[in-house]
Design a protein around this ligand. Structure first.
Ligand SMILES: [Zn+2]
Length: 474
């Protein structure tokens, strides 16, 4: 199966050729752990989870290494600890678990490695020392800064020149910077903030260096030491296959990662392919606290502001119905439609043995992760009644999986209710009193049950927003 991906580095859709098909190596920037993941944070996790599943399908489950980090040292975390009076360790441990639980609820598989920045300080210090030695970084007033002018390719990923950046960006002007665009690799820590001993005094790393150091360690150095890099991989030192993240990270974060990794290792590229997902909106508007349309993944799962909870599988389906390179608009209407579709599909594939992934679905996903096209293929398979193919194709998107299955189980006996409604209708035909029929019908509708009444009988189908609890005591 040929895979093609839109490479942000070359700005082209290209055939994907892994450096080593025996071990496809992927790095994706993960969350900073100080708060619940908002809905927009779930998008890259879900998009790159589909990429992971695709690579596992095409190259084999044991032939993909996927690294997604946790940023557990950051000024936002320090601020959260200060305002809440809780310890940093407590906050990062709790938030990390929240993230894992929320992502599992939307069907995201755990990556091969989930490194935490604080576990890789030694590697960061080593990389910073290397950058200083090679003349790409300098020490000033306890800080270590990367000198952007030392790297001519700086700005290539986002297509900006250093001069444009200075003109366009709100850069922190610090007297110790040689160039306003120079960015922090290491900074001094006050005694009450997390800090580590270093050649430049007690301090903590800047944000960008952690991804360079962890990608280097887990996708190059460790496999090298363990003899797990092929000749093909060894011919491209320090280079791995795919680096992903939200397009809000292109500048400065990814630009800085590239500068650090390429200059420390003296190589031309950090990753062969760069993938960036577009941002998320809610009901056509940018999600923001001031617009009142800001919610977390957990809000959505559990229900918020008087709204009922949305199953994780529904969230995933809605996310994947838009291509990752287009802005994604979350709407309640899309969630309702997705829920109705998934309920129908789940009933169809119940107890069915999963078959091979159908070619149409695989082709769509392999075509630059065209998940919307893959969902269209699934609709065709469902329409044709091919439950085994539907289940297998959906599985490639992480849908209709056993892990996500519980929500659609119907815990009430709808057949018994259908019989009661049919009986009430027969009685009403005699008595001309339809009040009981109306009462049952409106209670069923309110619980999200679709009521189909015909001469042949009564059929009840759980629809979008189905809530069995509302049928209790009916
Ligand atoms: Zn990163």
């Amino acid at each position: 199966m040929d895979i093609s991906l839109t490479n942000s580095r070359t700005r082209k859709k290209e055939p994907f050729r892994p450096i080593d098909p025996e071990n496809v190596r992927i790095y994706v920037c993960g969350p900073t752990v100080y708060d619940r993941a908002h809905l927009g944070n779930a998008r890259p996790a879900i998009v790159f989870d589909v990429l992971f599943r695709l690579m596992r399908e095409v190259y084999g489950a044991d032939h993909v290494t996927y690294v997604r980090n946790f940023t557990d040292v950051d000024d936002k975390i320090n601020a959260r600890a200060k305002e809440s009076g809780r310890s940093i360790g407590e906050i990062t441990a709790e938030t990390t678990q929240w993230y894992l639980d929320d992502m599992a609820a939307v069907g995201v598989m755990e990556p091969t490695h989930m490194p935490r920045a604080t576990q890789y300080i030694a590697q960061m210090v080593a990389m910073i020392s290397e950058l200083i030695e090679k003349g790409h970084a300098y020490e000033a007033e306890g800080h270590v800064l990367f000198a952007v002018e030392s790297y001519t390719a700086y700005g290539a990923l986002s297509g900006r020149s250093v001069d444009d950046m200075i003109a366009g960006a709100r850069v922190e002007v610090a007297p110790y910077k040689r160039n306003p665009m120079d960015f922090v690799l290491w900074k001094p820590s006050e005694p009450d903030l997390p800090g580590w001993e270093s050649p430049w005094g007690r301090g903590r790393p800047g944000w960008h260096i952690e991804c360079s150091a962890m990608a280097e360690e887990l996708l190059w150095k460790t496999p090298l030491e363990e003899g797990r890099l092929s000749e093909a991989a060894l011919a491209h030192p320090h280079l791995f296959d795919i680096h992903g993240g939200g397009n809000d990270l292109t500048f400065p974060h990814h630009e800085n990662e590239i500068a650090q990794s390429c200059c420390a290792n003296g190589v031309e590229h950090m990753a062969q392919t760069w993938l960036h997902n577009e941002m998320l909106q809610v009901e056509g508007k940018k999600m923001s606290k001031s617009l009142g349309n800001f919610f977390t993944v957990r809000d959505l799962l559990d229900g918020h502001d008087g709204l009922p909870g949305v199953p994780g599988e529904v969230i995933r389906f809605v996310m994947l119905s838009t291509h990752y390179r287009k802005p994604m608009d979350w709407t309640a209407e899309k969630a309702r439609e997705a829920e109705a579709t998934l309920r129908k599909w789940r009933a169809m594939v119940d107890g069915v043995e999963v078959g091979a992934v159908p070619e149409g679905v695989l082709k769509a996903v392999a075509d630059d992760l065209n998940t919307a096209g893959a969902i269209a293929e699934l609709h065709k398979l469902a329409g044709a009644g091919d439950a085994a193919a539907l289940k297998a194709g959906a599985g490639l998107l992480g849908l209709l999986t056993p892990e996500l299955g519980d929500w659609s189980a119907v815990s009430v006996d709808l057949t018994a209710l259908a019989d009661r409604l049919a009986g009430a209708r027969r009685a009403a035909m005699e008595s001309k009193d339809f009040s009981e029929v109306d009462r049952l019908k409106s209670a069923l509708l309110a619980a999200g049950v679709e009521v189909r009444m015909s001469k042949a009988g009564v059929e009840l189908l759980p629809g979008a927003g189905f809530d069995a609890a509302r049928l209790e005591g009916l």
